[in-house]
Write a protein that binds this ligand. Sequence first.
Ligand SMILES: Cc1cc2nc3c(=O)[nH]c(=O)nc-3n(C[C@H](O)[C@H](O)[C@H](O)COP(=O)(O)OP(=O)(O)OC[C@H]3O[C@@H](n4cnc5c(N)ncnc54)[C@H](O)[C@@H]3O)c2cc1C
Length: 506
Amino acid sequence: MKNDIIVIGAGLGGLVSGAKLAKEGKKVLLIEQHTIPGGCATVFKRKGYTLEVGLHEMDGLHEDDFKVSIFKDLNVFENVEFLEIPEFYRFTNERLDIVIPHNVDQAIKNLVSVFPDEESGIRKYFDVIINLPKDMFNFPKKKWKQLLIFPFVPILYPNLVKYPKISVGNFLDTIIKNNDLKLVLLANLGYYHDDPYSMSMFYYCIAQSSYYNGGAYYIQGGSQKLSDYLSQVIQNNGGEVLLGYRVEKIIVENNRAIGVEYRETRGENTEIKKIFAEKIIANAAIPNVVNNLLSSDDTAVLKTKTMNLKNSCSVFSIYIGFKKPIKEIGNKCYSTFIVDSEVKNQTDLANCMKGDLSSKNFVFVDYSQIDSQLAPKGKGVGSICAVDYTADWENLTKEEYDKKKEEVAQILFDRLERVIPGIKQEIDYYEIATAKTVERYTLNPQGSIYGYAQTPEQAVPNRVKQKSSIENLYFASAWTFPGGGFTGAILSGYLCAIGILHDQWQ
Ligand SMILES: Cc1cc2nc3c(=O)[nH]c(=O)nc-3n(C[C@H](O)[C@H](O)[C@H](O)COP(=O)(O)OP(=O)(O)OC[C@H]3O[C@@H](n4cnc5c(N)ncnc54)[C@H](O)[C@@H]3O)c2cc1C
């Protein structure tokens, strides 16, 4: 039987679009090149530890958060447990050690106690961050269809529109003098981008306010639970999820996508199969769709639209199993950002993010602070994560690559030990992933984890839309509107499905 929809890729954007369309009665076939669904939202098991590939914290889940409506629609809350994370983050460099809670009044209090001369700047920061995106939250959720009329995004964010070309770095410079305070506020910049002076203020406001308005959440048992559940929704509604198969070509006739060619991922000479559908959704990275999956005859418009767009950064991660829960050796925070003492201002921060890995700022996530259920009883799981680029790992032999990974890991462990004494001796198992690893597992070029970089020119409201210039070909991923991260990919998938269901774009 012919499928209504083929989804290419089981990242969150692909899974959510497929789940919504299957639930609405469409016959969905999802094809994923990996052997498990989820893309960045997966886990892997080693020595009894469940090691989380991607999720540190998911923003939001407050009553105005669009994800809540999406999760309710797909019965996610009945099937996946979300754990609230106790505080936003701890920031530490050799000059400062401060915890930032999600509660705005408390965050202001903590910051003013350390930076009393900057009280007005601190208040202005929160006023802008918290209040401007509320335009969006006040938007009636029943009017989903209007969200699809992206050229009118300013209607959704009338106040934010005054910031379209401003970077968060420029914004902070206009309201705050103290450089350490700016660094504290930017501790989690790596959640979105790698440089405050090219980070879209628009995107930053929406994402950061969601953490402050709604807190942050982790999925009990790991992000795989959400991916597996969404995959199950597709199958329970008559769809199919084909794992271990890679789409090699999107078949287009007269500028209309009609099907795909795919083959088993493993093995060079596996048979190429063709399958057809009414609509094709690419969760696969847009640059790959343009450069590899479509033939050059079909891509003229898409190529012109996307050829100058820059990809976001990737990440270097160390996934760690500990002999005991790290809170038992005195660690009190879920996310600890460890900032190099040489980073003294925003320009240093940008240089540091792009510089040598061993002196980069990084975050340590201690999953033992919540009932994450990732570790066997009496043990712990954590991860170290820093911004990374595939370019830093090119032209190395396997031995050189492994040696470099290991050297970086040991330096980061030593830096972590200075902040959480005793942690090194509790390490039982660790595995290192670079930007190259992310690229290999997700096929995202350069291992980009947030799609196109969230610069003022490329972020909301200028983001690539779900509907492509090829008829019946859609995008649902971090590469589209509204942007990267769990929230971005989930929203993208849902908007794509709603658009198809309502034929909004015909
Ligand atoms: C280490 C790490 C930490 C992160 N931390 C957070 C966090 O704390 N909070 C947060 O919100 N976000 C975080 N993110 C980012 C977030 O996970 C991603 O932005 C988001 O999950 C991307 O979803 P996506 O739908 O774009 O698809 P992706 O996750 O990029 O998946 C794409 C899928 O498509 C498949 N695919 C690609 N091409 C093909 C093809 N030709 N045929 C078949 N299948 C194909 C891939 O195998 C993959 O499964 C993190 C990411 C990483 C890697």
